[in-house]
Design a protein around this ligand. Structure first.
Ligand code: FES
Length: 119
């Protein structure tokens, strides 16, 4: 069971327990299903609109699926990860930074805090 808390400056925290392990559901899909107002555009890992900050709440590193090539490229263009971090990610098989694209991050069985900007 995944436990995901969504936080933004303009909204109350919302914690949602979700079935993990489908290897399909993204953070953005979970947010949309629960009326969490995360901004999004392409939903394809290309525009960067759905940028969120992910923090593990169970004292371990954020697990989430590793970054795919599209997410990696967008985060690099946005200055959220460096080439060194990308290289390290390929060795560790772990996300290199707390910054993720909600439309690309696959939910896993973990407890995470998702911080997103609000308008
Ligand atoms: S909505 Fe465009 S990158 Fe996520």
């Amino acid at each position: 069971m995944a436990k995901v808390t969504f936080r933004s400056p303009l909204h109350k925290d919302r914690t949602i327990e979700a079935v993990a392990g489908s290897h399909k559901q993204t953070i953005l899909q979970l947010a949309k299903e629960n009326h969490i107002p995360i901004d999004f555009g392409c939903q394809n890992g290309e525009c960067g609109t759905c940028l969120v900050k992910v923090t593990s709440m169970d004292q371990s590193k954020p697990m989430g699926g590793p970054l795919n090539p599209s997410e990696t490229q967008v985060l690099k263009e946005m200055g959220k990860i460096t080439q060194e971090e990308i290289d390290q990610m390929l060795i560790d098989d772990l996300p290199p930074s707390p910054w993720r694209l909600a439309c690309q991050m696959i939910l896993r069985d973990e407890e995470v805090l998702i911080e997103y900007p609000s308008r």
